[in-house]
Design a binder for this molecule. Structure first.
Ligand code: GDP
Length: 444
């Protein structure tokens, strides 16, 4: 999971200051020393770290914190706000051209995930926003890339425009735009050529395509696993071509997260999407606040709910949202969710979106042992309806019965009950903050 090390260290640091009734300058200093190290270790650009630490320190010893009744929590709030700001603050929108079709150029180095992302973006545009995209194969130097896009088009049942590898990319782009107009398609996604390194010929060609097609967006696809290199690539592309946004891929891997935290500050260009897997539905809009929340272990209930809305029955998702907000989440809901959640993606990713999930050792172990989920299900199924609705009635005798009924141990039952309680507590703490976040955001 991305950000694992950073999240762990930052959360450890925050934990120390959370409950403090008084925060002195030296507390802040010490905390910031740890924050600084955590960020540097996560491969965040050192200038970015310096600036971040400076801002958080200034605010933390300022009036808003010192005069507050809960200074410890105020400091954490400051860290979260600044982390959000660092990654872009407000969410950005995707441009739509006044005169369709809207052209989006996809650029990036070879292997970054450009072709896959082109397919994912087309899928998202159609699935979530009901748009009709045309995929354009303009990487004429790598015939395999053309084939790859055609295969993606087939999988998605979407049109792919290609003129083979003997026609210039500029000409391909030109004819593709005409084709989209003729066929009343509203987005043209141009998969341009990649290289192993940035070179002049590539940039010249991209500039020509830009000139001719007046793209609304130029998305640079970078691999988050390459850390600072991704940031350098973004800087070069931006200087030479003028990108409008970045797609950060492979965030499902165990990247330390430096690129995600540095790109915006270094290039001034926002991260618009993140790639969370190889499948065609593994592309998410980037929400800086939600990401900050995930890094600080506050969970990401909103993304969880959205996933539920796209993958699960809508009425049920609404119900879940309501329950999470009103804290009337029971073991019945939990069981129901366990079943549905499986359709939303890898379980470990999903569970980590729950507030405080990192502290629930049992839950986070699920990532290595899917069987564990089966045991959790068995425990819940062994509860009576009353127990599922009101776990507080589960006394020692009942625990014994449940353990026996589910073929597990009393310790396991205890652990689950404790985790469930913790989860509800965290949800409570977070719901106010999440409510605020919900008001923001949007798309075309
Ligand atoms: P291109 O050369 O930039 O067009 O890169 P490709 O689209 O061919 O992708 C290179 C590899 O990265 C492929 O194996 C993709 O499946 C993989 N890939 C792309 N995006 C992601 C992602 O978000 N997560 C993971 N795990 N793999 C990805």
């Amino acid at each position: 999971m991305a950000f694992e090390g950073l999240a762990e260290r930052l959360q450890g640091t925050m934990q120390k200051i959370r409950g403090k009734g008084k925060v002195s300058e030296s507390d802040v200093k010490e905390m910031m020393r740890e924050v600084r190290l955590a960020l540097l270790e996560a491969d965040v650009n050192f200038k970015v770290v310096k600036e971040f630490v400076k801002k958080v320190s200034e605010r933390s010893v300022g009036q808003e914190v010192m005069k507050s009744l809960t200074p410890g929590q105020q400091v954490i709030k400051v860290v979260k706000e600044e982390l959000t700001e660092l990654m872009g603050g407000e969410e950005s929108r995707i441009g739509t051209s006044k005169r369709p079709p809207t052209v989006i150029m996809m650029v990036g180095l070879q292997g970054a995930g450009k072709t896959t992302t082109t397919g994912k973006l087309a899928n998202l545009l159609r699935k979530k926003y009901n748009r009709k995209p045309l995929l354009v194969a303009a990487d004429v130097y790598r015939p395999a890339a053309i084939k790859q896009l055609e295969t993606l088009g087939k999988q998605l049942d979407m049109p792919v425009f290609s003129l083979g590898d003997q026609v210039s990319p500029v000409e391909i782009a030109k004819q593709a735009i005409q084709k989209a107009k003729d066929d009343h398609l509203d987005y043209v996604l141009i998969d341009t050529a990649g290289r192993l390194h940035i070179d002049e010929t590539l940039m010249d060609e991209l500039k020509q395509i830009k000139e001719l097609s007046s793209p609304e967006e130029i998305f640079l696809v970078v691999d988050s696993m390459t850390g600072q290199d991704a940031v350098n690539v973004a800087e070069s592309f931006n200087e030479q071509l003028g990108i409008t946004g970045v797609v950060l891929t492979k965030l499902d891997g165990d990247t330390r997260g430096g690129a995600a935290l540095s790109i915006r500050a270094v290039t001034g260009k926002p991260i618009k999407f993140v790639g969370m897997g190889e499948k065609l539905d593994a592309l998410e809009l980037f929400h800086p606040e939600r990401m900050a929340s995930r890094i600080l272990g506050m969970g990401d209930v909103l993304t969880l709910i959205e996933k539920a809305q796209t993958n699960v029955d809508e009425a049920k998702a609404k119900e879940l949202e309501q329950k999470m907000r009103t804290m009337s989440f029971t073991f019945d809901d939990f069981l129901d969710q366990l079943g549905q959640v499986r359709s939303m993606g890898p379980l470990d990713e999903i569970l980590k979106m729950l507030p405080g999930a990192n502290k629930m050792k049992g839950l986070s172990n699920v990532q290595v042992d899917e069987k564990q989920i089966g045991r959790v299900e068995a425990i819940i199924r062994s509860m009576t309806p009353a127990e599922k609705q009101q776990p507080e009635i589960i006394n020692a005798g009942r625990r014994k019965r449940i353990a026996r009924g589910s073929g597990t141990s009393i310790q396991e039952v205890n652990r689950l009950l404790k985790q469930f309680e913790d989860m509800k507590k965290m949800m409570k703490q977070m719901s106010a903050m999440q409510q605020k976040g919900k008001k923001k955001g949007g798309f075309p």
